[in-house]
Design a protein around this ligand. Structure first.
Ligand SMILES: Nc1ncnc2c1ncn2[C@@H]1O[C@H](COP(=O)(O)OP(=O)(O)OP(=O)(O)O)[C@@H](O)[C@H]1O
Length: 277
C-alpha cells in the first residue's frame, strides 16, 4: 500500500505492507474420488477477504460452493493449494472461525435449552460461569431472543432456531464467520429479517463474513463484494464490487437503480458460467 503525506510542504511517499486478509484462498483445488473415478470440483480458486468484509459466493447449482466452504473451515483437506485464516494455514477446524449451516434443526442440540446451546462452545474456554452467562445474554440480545433462553429449540420457529445458531456461532467470538445458505429453508419475510440481523451483527462485532447463497438478491443486498463461481470444476469467474450505500434497507436499497443493475450483472455472469460449465 502506498501512503502519500505532506511534511513541511514536501510530498512524502511511503510504502507500507498491506494488512493480512482475514481469509485467503490460494490456488485451491479439490478432487473427489468415487468408484475409482477422480472428479475435480474446485479448480485453482484464488480469493482474499479483508478483515470486516462481507463476501457473498454465488454460482450455478452443483458448482462446488459447499465443497469450497468445507475446505475453508478445515472439514475437507484440499487436493492442492492452501487456505489461510489471518495468515495461518488451515489444516483442520481453526479456532477463530465459526460456521452456520442451512440445517439449523440438526446443528442445535435438542436436549439443551436455547441458553445452554449458545453457551455450549464456551465450555471448553477457561471462563467463569458468570463470564459465560454475560456472553450468552449479550448474544441472545443481539439476535433478539433474550426472552427465549429457557426454551428448547423445538419450541421455536425455524427462523428463531437459526437466530440461536447465529448467536452460538458469534458467542465463540470468531474472526471469520462462514455461512452456508443459512436462510435457504426459511420463508421470505423471515429471511429478509435475518439478512438484516447479519448486517447488524457485522456492524456490531466487525466479524469477517463469507456467505454462500443461491439467491442473487440476497448476495447483492448483503455483500461488499459478490464472488461468482463457474460451473464444476469451479473457479472464480468474476468478483463484483457492491458500492451500494450503508446501512442497507430492504425496501430503499432494493429500489435503487444500481441494485437492479448489479443484480442483472450477477445473473448474467451465473448464466454464462452455467453455459460454459
Ligand atoms: N463426498 C463427495 N464425493 C464425491 N462427490 C461429491 C462429494 N461431495 C460433493 N460431490 C460432488 O461435487 C460437486 C459439487 O458439490 P457441492 O455440494 O460442493 O456443490 P454446490 O455448489 O454446493 O451445490 P448446490 O448448488 O446444489 O448447493 C457435485 O457434483 C457433487 O455431486
Amino acid at each position: 500500500m502506498v501512503i502519500k503525506t505532506q511534511e513541511n510542504g514536501t510530498l512524502v511517499v511511503k510504502e507500507e505492507a498491506s494488512p493480512t486478509p482475514a481469509l485467503e484462498v490460494i490456488h485451491l483445488a479439490k478432487e473427489y474420488v468415487a468408484k475409482k473415478e477422480t472428479k475435480r470440483v474446485l479448480n485453482d480458486i484464488t480469493l482474499a477477504v479483508a478483515e470486516g468484509e462481507l463476501a457473498c459466493i454465488v454460482g450455478p447449482s452443483g458448482a462446488g460452493k459447499t465443497t469450497l466452504l468445507r475446505c475453508l473451515c478445515g472439514l475437507l483437506e484440499p487436493t492442492g493449494g492452501e487456505v489461510r485464516i489471518n495468515g495461518a494455514a488451515v489444516h483442520g477446524p481453526p479456532e477463530d472461525l465459526a460456521v452456520v449451516f442451512q440445517d439449523y434443526s440438526r446443528s442445535l442440540l435438542p436436549w439443551l435449552r436455547v441458553g445452554a446451546n449458545v453457551e455450549f462452545p464456551l465450555l471448553e474456554k477457561s471462563m467463569s460461569k458468570g463470564e459465560r452467562k454475560e456472553i450468552v445474554d449479550a448474544m441472545l440480545a443481539a439476535v433478539g431472543l433474550q426472552e427465549h433462553a429457557h426454551k428448547y429449540p423445538r419450541q421455536l420457529s425455524g427462523g428463531m432456531q437459526q437466530r440461536v445458531a447465529i448467536a452460538r456461532a458469534l458467542a465463540y467470538r470468531p474472526k471469520v464467520l462462514l455461512m452456508d445458505e443459512p436462510f435457504a429453508s426459511l420463508d421470505a419475510q423471515t429471511r429478509s429479517d435475518l439478512e438484516d440481523v447479519v448486517l447488524e451483527l457485522r456492524r456490531e462485532f466487525g466479524v469477517t463474513i463469507v456467505f454462500v447463497t443461491h439467491d442473487i438478491d440476497e448476495a447483492v443486498y448483503l455483500g461488499d463484494r459478490v464472488v461468482v463461481l463457474s460451473g464444476a470444476p469451479a473457479t472464480v469467474t468474476q468478483v463484483l464490487d457492491v458500492p451500494l450505500p450503508s446501512p442497507r434497507d430492504q425496501v430503499a436499497t432494493k429500489a435503487l437503480p444500481e441494485f437492479g443493475l448489479l443484480r442483472a450483472e450477477v445473473l448474467t455472469r451465473i448464466r454464462e458460467a452455467r453455459r460454459a460449465g
